[in-house]
Design a binder for this molecule. Structure first.
Ligand code: HEM
Length: 63
């Protein structure tokens, strides 16, 4: 997932990016700055800095 896709998943929920809609939207509770901060925080979990491509997400992962 790109940073933009992660941002949209948090802001508008899973349904907005083609993953499960059980991931709720937080756009009504978090500012864009807070969401951008979460994206950076989530990126901090990655051991490798190159895991930012949507190409890593194949059709079987788009539930
Ligand atoms: C501020 C809190 C949260 C943040 C920052 C967050 C962030 C994310 C992100 C970035 C993803 C996409 C991960 C990926 O595919 O790479 C995701 C997926 C998901 N989230 Fe959340 N999430 C939050 C809260 C929640 C809550 C409260 C729930 C359930 C009640 C939830 C349920 C899910 C589910 C089920 C998925 C997987 C959807 C799928 O792969 O089809 N999340 N979340």
């Amino acid at each position: 997932m790109s940073d933009a896709t992660l941002f949209l998943a948090i802001k508008s929920g899973g349904g907005a990016v083609g993953i499960r809609s059980s991931m709720p939207a937080f756009g009504d509770r978090l500012t864009n700055d807070e969401i951008a901060g979460l994206v950076s925080y989530i990126r901090g979990f990655c051991a490798l800095s190159n895991r930012q491509s949507d190409s890593g997400m194949d059709a079987s992962m788009r539930r």
